[in-house]
Design a binder for this molecule. Structure first.
Ligand code: MSP
Length: 502
C-alpha cells in the first residue's frame, strides 16, 4: 500500500500562522499513522511563490523578489521542522523542476485543445487570486476579504472548464468519498452542478510567474501553477526517480475549506485535460477561529514559530487535533494551548509516566515485573478503533479514543493504589499486575499517540525501557519486554514559565 499526502503550498506574503500550521499538522498525523501501519508514504509540503501579493510585498520592502523569496523561505522551511512534521520534500514553485513541469503540463492541455484565447474583463481579488463576477461581490467588495477587487481587462488564455461538467458529476456520483467530509462533497458537487465557467489560466503583462510555453508574453495564473505542484514534485524530488509511478494517483490532498473549489473542481478538470488520473481524496478541514475571526497570517500573536518555541511542536500538534473538531470550524483561543498543555499533556500523560516509572523504581528496584495486563480490552479497543477513525479522517475522534485509554490508566492507578499494595506482602502479585498494567498500557498508548506526539512518544518508550519501534502491531496488550534500570522519569512536559507564555 502507498499513501501520498500533501498540504496546500502556502503563500509567502508573510510568515507562517498557526492556521497554516494546522494544515501541516493534519497531514503529518495522517501520514505518520499510515507509516506505522507499514505503508509506503510520501509527504509533500512547500510554498506558493508566484502570487501577485508576494511580488508586491517584495517590492514594498524594496527587495528583488528572488531575494525576498530566499529570505522568507527560511521560516517556512522551519515550520514543518518545528512542528516535528516528517516531510519528504519541501517544494518551492520557483524550483526549476517545478517550472519545467508546469510548462509541460499546460502544454499538454493546450495540445489537447482545452485552452483557447479570449479577452477577459473582470474583478480580480489579489488575496484570493481569483476573478469575481459582479453579482458575487458584496457591496462591490470581495466576499471573502472585504476589499475592493481590481478591474482587469486583458487578453488571456482560457481553460475549457465548462467541457468537464458532465465528467466531473459522473466522477462525483461514482466516488462519493472523493471529497470529505460529506458537507464539503455536497458543496463541491453543487458548485459543479450549478454550471461551470471557463477560467482564465494565464495573466498578461505580468513580470512574475511561469511563462507559457506557446506564448511567453503570458504567465500561468498562480493557481494553475500552484496546483500542479502535487504532481511536479514527484518528477524531481528524488533525482533519477519518477515517483509518479509509485505515488500517483494515491494522493490525498489536505486543504482548508476556503480553497475547496480549486482542489475539488478546477484541479480534477485540469488533470483530466492533461491525461492524468484523479487524486484519491480531497480532505477539507475547517478553520481555527479566535472568537468569530479566522486566524490571519499577519497577526503577530498567532505566529506559528513563536508558539512552537513556547510550547514545543508536540503541544501545538496536540492542540490542533483537539482544540476543534477536524473538518468543522471551531472557536478557540491561545489560552487554551496552555490549558491543554497543563491539564492534559503535563497532568494526564506526563504525570502518569513520572508516577509509573517512579513506582517501578521504588517498589521493584527498576525492573518491570511480569504479569498480565488487566486493561487488555481497553487497549484492544484502541487498536481497533483508531485505524478506523483515521481511515475516516477523524483526527479528533481518534485522539479522543487514545485519550480515553490515558484517562483509564489514571483511574486505574487511583483504584489499585499501588502504594498501599506495596505495604502488604500478600498483595505482591497484585502490585506486579498493577505496575505491569501501567507500563504496558502506557507503552501501547505511546505507540498509538506517536502520530500526534512524535517527539514525546519515543521518550515515553525510552523511559519505560522499551523499544521505540512504532509499528501499529505494538498497540496490543502484553508486548512489554522485560527491562531493568527504570528510573523516575523527569517531567515529559515541564511547567512553562508564565513569562515565556505571555
Ligand atoms: N497558496 C494557496 C494554496 C495553494 S495549494 C495548491 C493558499 N495559501 S494560504 O497560505 O493562504 O493558505 C494555506 C492553508 O492554510 C489553507 O488550507 C487555509 O485553509 C489554511 N489556513 C489559514 N488559516 C487558517 C485557519 N485559521 N484555520 C485553519 N486553516 C487555515 O491558500
Amino acid at each position: 500500500m502507498t499513501f501520498y499526502v500533501t498540504t496546500p503550498i502556502y503563500y509567502v506574503n508573510a510568515t507562517p500562522s498557526i492556521g497554516n500550521a494546522y494544515s501541516t499538522v493534519a497531514a503529518d498525523v495522517l501520514v505518520r499513522h499510515r507509516r506505522q501501519r507499514g505503508e509506503e508514504t510520501f509527504f509533500l509540503t512547500g510554498v506558493d511563490e508566484h502570487s501577485t501579493r508576494v511580488y508586491r510585498v517584495a517590492l514594498e520592502q524594496g527587495l528583488d523578489p528572488y531575494e525576498y523569496l530566499d529570505q522568507i523561505a527560511v521560516p517556512w522551511r522551519e515550520l514543518p521542522e518545528r512542528l516535528n512534521a516528517s516531510v519528504d520534500y519541501f517544494l518551492r514553485t520557483s524550483d526549476d523542476g517545478h517550472k519545467a513541469f508546469v510548462r509541460d503540463f499546460v502544454q499538454r492541455i493546450y495540445d489537447n485543445g482545452d485552452i483557447y484565447e479570449d479577452v477577459y474583463a473582470g474583478h480580480y481579488c489579489v488575496r484570493c487570486e481569483a476573478f469575481y463576477a459582479e453579482e458575487d461581490l458584496v457591496d462591490g467588495k470581495c466576499p471573502t476579504h472585504d476589499i475592493v477587487p481590481e478591474w482587469i481587462e486583458e487578453k488571456n488564455y482560457f481553460f475549457r472548464l465548462s467541457a468537464y461538467q458532465e465528467r466531473l458529476l459522473q466522477i462525483y456520483d461514482e466516488r462519493p468519498d472523493f471529497v470529505l467530509p460529506r458537507n464539503r462533497y455536497n458543496e463541491a458537487r453543487a458548485f459543479i452542478a450549478g454550471g461551470l465557467n471557463d477560467f482564465s489560466i494565464s495573466r498578461a503583462g505580468q513580470p512574475w510567474g511561469i511563462p507559457l510555453p506557446w506564448d511567453e508574453s503570458q504567465v500561468a495564473w498562480v493557481w494553475a501553477d500552484a496546483l500542479v505542484n502535487y504532481l511536479s514534485a514527484l518528477s524531481y524530488a528524488r533525482p533519477g526517480e519518477d515517483l509518479r509511478e509509485t505515488f500517483w494517483p494515491e494522493v490525498h490532498h489536505v486543504v482548508g475549506k476556503d480553497i475547496l473549489p480549486f482542489h475539488a473542481v478546477f484541479w480534477p478538470a485540469m488533470l483530466l485535460a492533461a491525461g492524468y488520473e484523479l487524486p484519491k481524496h480531497v480532505i477539507a478541514h475547517g478553520w481555527l477561529l479566535f472568537g468569530e475571526q479566522k486566524i490571519s497570517k499577519t497577526d503577530p500573536l498567532v505566529q506559528a514559530l513563536g508558539l512552537t518555541e513556547t510550547y514545543g511542536g508536540d503541544a501545538i500538534r496536540f492542540w490542533c487535533a483537539r482544540a476543534i473538531s477536524f473538518g468543522q470550524d471551531g472557536s478557540t483561543s491561545l489560552d487554551s494551548i496552555g490549558e491543554r498543555y497543563d491539564r492534559e499533556l503535563a497532568n494526564d500523560l506526563g504525570n502518569l509516566v513520572s508516577r509509573t516509572t517512579a513506582m517501578v523504581a521504588r517498589y521493584r528496584g527498576g525492573s518491570i515485573p511480569e504479569a498480565q495486563n488487566a486493561l487488555g480490552d481497553e487497549i484492544a479497543a484502541v487498536a481497533r478503533r483508531v485505524p478506523e477513525q483515521l481511515d475516516a479522517w477523524d483526527l479528533t475522534g481518534a485522539l479522543e479514543t487514545i485519550w480515553e485509554l490515558v484517562r483509564r490508566l489514571n483511574r486505574y492507578v487511583e483504584e489499585q493504589k499501588p502504594w498501599e499494595q506495596a505495604k502488604d506482602e500478600s498483595l505482591n502479585a497484585s502490585l506486579d499486575e498493577s505496575l505491569y498494567t501501567l507500563v504496558d498500557g502506557l507503552r501501547a498508548a505511546a505507540v498509538a499517540l506517536s502520530p500526534y506526539l512524535p517527539d514525546s512518544a519515543p521518550r515515553i518508550l525510552e523511559a519505560l525501557g522499551q523499544s521505540t519501534d512504532l509499528s501499529w502491531e505494538n498497540v496490543e496488550a502484553g508486548r512489554t519486554s522485560s527491562a531493568d534500570g527504570i528510573e523516575p522519569a523527569p517531567p515529559l512536559f515541564p511547567r512553562i514559565e508564565a513569562t515565556a507564555a505571555a
